[in-house]
Design a protein around this ligand. Structure first.
Ligand code: ZN
Ligand code: MN
Length: 488
């Protein structure tokens, strides 16, 4: 049967670094890109006898994450050791949480605008909320780099606070998995919890996926995909895996519980290990760390609850009268939404005009130059002042774009001064009237057409005046004078 006839069941486990100054169990800095092995101490190197000290902020930020996605936090949270040997974890266990994690339950909404562009037209379950099983806190491992026959290990990353966010098997497709990751990223960035940048390894994703023929069949044996380091790769890997499993099931090959790696260059998954070689982690309570009472941390996290993307979108729709589409473009990035709000605060120009300018002109320019909004040279005040010039009729829309281009290279100048330098001052009205009179006199046939019932032809006259003024006149003002003179 075709792959699309199988019922696909997907669960995701996302590991996400929490933005903190110091590591989870020691005071080493968490800064990225430093000299390898420079941010280390006996605790995060896993030397025998070194004792952990908890990072309170990391626990509070995990609680805040839970609040943002509707989790509950048990009154007491407990630390466990997960035993395994691997060179990136030399103490032979990871300090993590098993029975009583920081957060339980909750769910992540799949935002319409978080789907890939080509998937937005056909969203199978709009408004879907993906249930979470839990969020627990643990330490990141060291980073290994394999060079030919040698392996290098950098312990700067070891001990970085890491949340593991585990969904219920609620996702039905590659598109939903993609939207889940994008929605989760937005929520984490809005909360100031993580930059959740997959390129920098701040967020990593494992996928569990199984197929079955009928809804009342038990879940099929699941395959786990590891090493997925971009939202695009997650989408591609799941699409491939659905086809691969469907093809094997069609041939009567039963799936076995196994772990596969995704090779993004070859575009295929490869077997790593089956259940027989699965680890027995022998979890047991960490003897070095007491359980933590969460009451005070819950209280202080609840005071910092930020507005979430969907809440901001709803506010922009109702208070600013923006369309859902415009509001969701502005809210897709917290920094962009902030820029828009600062611009709105700096002017009385209509919010819709500001939103249009930012979405069409500013984002277009940033895109051309491959810059992010935080790298934008023009301040919100500069954008506000440019839109104001257009609203006040001092410059036309096209002239406003020229002003903005010049402002881009001289962001400290006032847009009004740039407009003057470019000669876009409202022209001397007697000079302008002279030009208009000449054009009217030179085109009696067009004037007759206009006064004879075709007022749209006045635009043609405006065009002639604009040409005669070498583009310096303001078309709105020109049209106004022409209408007046022709009694329109
Ligand atoms: Zn350390
Ligand atoms: Mn983990």
């Amino acid at each position: 049967m075709p792959a699309s006839d199988y019922i696909v069941t997907i669960g995701l486990e996302v590991h996400c670094q929490i933005k903190t100054q110091t590591k989870m169990f020691c005071a080493c800095p968490t800064s990225f890109g430093d000299e390898p092995n420079s941010n280390t101490c006996p605790t995060c190197m896993g030397l025998p006898g070194a004792l952990p000290v908890l990072n309170k902020w990391a626990i509070e930020q995990t609680i805040l994450t839970g609040m943002l996605v509707g989790c509950s936090t048990p009154e007491i949270t407990v630390w466990d050791r997960k035993s395994y040997f691997y060179p990136d974890m030399p103490k032979n266990f990871q300090t993590t949480q098993m029975d009583i994690p920081v957060c339980l339950g909750g769910g992540v909404p799949l935002y319409d605008h978080a789907y890939a562009k080509d998937a937005q037209k056909n969203i199978a379950s709009p408004g879907k909320i993906v249930r979470l099983n839990r969020i627990h806190l643990e330490e990141d491992v060291a980073k290994s780099t394999h060079l030919g026959g040698a392996s290098l290990i950098d312990f700067n990353r070891a001990g970085t606070p890491l949340m593991e966010i585990v969904t219920e098997p609620d996702l039905d497709s590659a598109d939903e998995a993609y939207a889940y990751l994008k929605s989760l990223q937005q929520i984490l960035v809005y909360g100031g919890i993580s930059d959740a940048d997959m390129d920098k390894g701040q967020m990593r994703c494992d996928v569990n996926i199984s197929l079955r023929k009928n809804a009342d069949d038990p879940l099929g044996d699941k395959v786990e995909l590891k090493n997925l380091n971009s939202t695009g790769a997650v989408r591609r890997a799941i699409r491939y895996e659905i086809l691969r499993q469907a093809d094997e099931l069609d041939q009567g090959i039963a799936q076995v519980q196994s772990t596969r790696r995704w090779d993004d260059d070859l575009g295929e998954t490869q077997m790593m290990r089956t259940k027989e070689d699965a680890h027995d982690y022998r979890y047991f309570p960490c003897p070095d760390l007491l359980p933590v009472e969460t009451k005070d941390l819950v209280e202080s996290a609840s005071k910092r609850r930020p507005e979430l993307p969907h809440e901001k979108i709803a506010r922009f729709e109702s208070d600013h009268k923006l369309s859902y589409y415009d509001a969701s473009v502005l809210c897709a990035e917290a920094d962009l939404a902030n820029y828009y709000e600062k611009t709105v605060a700096a002017t009385s120009a209509p919010q819709k005009k500001i939103a249009n300018w930012i979405i069409n002109i500013l984002l277009g320019r940033l895109n051309e130059e491959s810059l992010t909004i935080s790298e934008c040279t023009i301040s919100p005040e500069g954008t506000a002042a440019t839109v104001e010039l257009i609203e006040a009729g001092t410059v036309s829309n096209n002239q406003g774009k020229e002003v903005y281009d010049a402002l881009w290279n001289a962001p400290d100048k006032a847009p009004a001064d740039i407009a003057k330098e470019l000669g876009y001052e409202p022209a001397d009205s007697s000079e302008l009237e002279g030009i208009i009179d000449e054009i009217i006199t030179a085109n009696p046939d067009k004037v007759a057409e206009i006064t004879g019932g075709n007022p749209k032809m006045a635009n043609w006259l405006t065009g002639q005046v604009m040409k005669a003024s070498k583009g310096k006149a303001n078309p709105k003002i020109v049209t106004g004078i022409i209408s007046q003179k022709l009694g329109l």
